[in-house]
Each structure stands twice: as structure tokens, then as C-alpha cells.
Design a protein around this ligand. Structure first.
Ligand code: ZN
Length: 264
């Protein structure tokens, strides 16, 4: 890998990473809206269920009311008959009936009031649910508008990055670019790293000297066998020089003021 390719890949890595972050922002953007739509649907479902219950309750109350009127009429009729009784026995029977009607009426009235109160509470709850649904719908509408302009602005940024991406020509094949893009996304924007002291600086694993030599020879693109990142030797000349210095160290007898520019 020559210098031009290396510089190109480093530039490309930055653009690709920004692109991947933007793409994620765009795909994550509707999440809040989706959650709110889900909440709305749940609210509506609960509302429909509760409304059915409310209708049943209203029906029940109506039946009690009819039964109550019926009892009341029976009692009034019995009371009217009281004026026509001819003996004690008839009086006792009617009196017993009237008392029974009155008792049933009383029981039913208690039930009626209880049911009526529950219905009132339910209706109050329903109207609070209605306003919750309404405000949820309004929020969703405003979120939709915001989301649209947000995504539009992110799309503009993304398009400009795509333009930049096209301008960078590292001189490698599309298959390498494709793989490189995958690594950028997987390794949080760090897909090309130097080897330092025989170690991949991406994953900090020691590479074999043979492999390091292959990378140094720049013949092709080399990927770290451990973390898949593209590797390069930071400065081949200096590394080679240092290797030579180490080799020559004994002969030179301890050079303390080592100048890397000196041609050995
Ligand atoms: Zn590595």
C-alpha cells in the first residue's frame, strides 16, 4: 500500500464513519414517534374496551330502573287496594305485600345508586382518557412535522458526505472499499491503523515479523488477522533505520546522540 492509498483510506475512513453515524441518526429518528403511536393505539384500544363496559353498565342501570318503576307501581296499586279491604285477613295479606314491595324497592334503589355512581366515575374517567388521546394525537402530529424537517436536514448532510466520498480516490478496488466500510462501522471509525513495534495498534496483538515485513513491503492491502483492520507501517525508513542501528549498536559502542537523519 503506497502513501497515497494510505492517506486516501485515512480520509475515507473519516467520511465513512460520519456517514454511518448520520445513517444511524436517520434510522433512529422515527423511534420516539413510533413509541408514541404505539402508546396512542394502546390508549384507543383501552378506550374502546372501557366504552363497551360503560354501555353494558348503562344497560344494566336501565333494567334496574324499569324494575324499580314496576315495583313502585305494584306498591301503589296495593296501597290503593288497601281502601277496598273488607276484612282483617285481606288487610294482613295486602299489608304484607306492601311491606315486601317496599323492601325490594329499597334494596333495588341501593343497587341503582351504587351502579349509577360507578357509571358517573366511569364517564369521568372516559372524558379524561379522551383528552389524553387528543393530546397524544396532537403530539404525534407535531412530532411528524419535526421529524420530517430533521430527516431532511440530515439527508442534506449525508448527500454532501457522499459527494466527499466520491472525491477521495484511494486507488483500491470496490471490494476493498466495501470491506473497509464494514470495518469502519464495526470498529467505530477506526479501520486503518499503524503497526508499532510489531503490534497492531487497533487490537494490541503482536504480529509475526514475517507478516510485519509483508506489510512493510507495501505490495498489497494487508488486514490484521485478529481485528480485520487495514495495517500499515508508520514510517518504514525510520523503522528500518532503527533496526539497522540496533544491529550496529555494538560496533558503534553506544551512540547516545542518535540522529535518525544521519545516513548510516
Ligand atoms: Zn489488529
Amino acid at each position: 500500500m503506497n502513501n497515497e492509498t494510505r492517506t486516501g483510506l485515512i480520509k475515507l475512513q473519516e467520511v465513512l464513519y460520519k456517514k454511518s453515524l448520520l445513517e444511524k441518526e436517520i434510522s433512529d429518528a422515527p423511534k420516539t414517534l413510533m413509541t408514541n403511536i404505539e402508546i396512542l393505539n394502546k390508549l384507543k384500544k383501552a378506550y374502546v374496551e372501557k366504552n363497551k363496559y360503560l354501555e353494558r353498565k348503562a344497560e344494566k342501570i336501565n333494567k334496574i330502573r324499569i324494575r324499580l318503576t314496576d315495583l313502585e307501581n305494584q306498591r301503589i296499586e296495593a296501597e290503593r287496594q288497601m281502601g277496598e279491604v273488607e276484612n282483617q285477613r285481606e288487610y294482613d295479606i295486602l299489608d304484607k305485600k306492601i311491606k315486601e314491595f317496599a323492601l325490594k324497592e329499597q334494596e333495588l334503589r341501593v343497587r341503582f345508586n351504587k351502579e349509577r355512581q360507578e357509571l358517573d366515575e366511569l364517564q369521568a374517567d372516559m372524558s379524561s382518557k379522551e383528552s389524553m388521546i387528543l393530546s397524544q394525537e396532537q403530539e404525534i402530529e407535531s412530532e411528524k412535522d419535526k421529524l420530517e424537517s430533521y430527516v431532511e436536514s440530515k439527508q442534506v448532510e449525508l448527500d454532501s458526505l457522499k459527494g466527499k466520498e466520491q472525491e477521495i480516490l484511494p486507488g483500491v478496488g470496490d471490494d476493498i472499499i466495501y470491506k473497509f466500510d464494514r470495518i469502519v462501522r464495526k470498529k467505530e471509525g477506526v479501520a486503518i491503523v499503524p503497526i508499532k513495534n510489531g503490534v497492531c495498534t487497533g487490537c494490541n496483538i503482536m504480529l509475526t515479523p514475517q507478516f510485519v515485513n509483508e506489510v512493510r513491503e507495501e505490495a498489497s492491502i494487508s488486514f490484521c488477522p485478529y481485528c480485520s483492520r487495514i495495517l500499515y507501517c508508520e514510517d518504514n525508513e525510520i523503522e528500518q533505520e532503527q533496526a539497522e542501528v540496533k544491529f550496529d549498536d555494538a560496533d558503534l559502542g553506544g551512540l547516545s546522540d542518535l540522529n535518525p537523519d544521519v545516513d548510516f
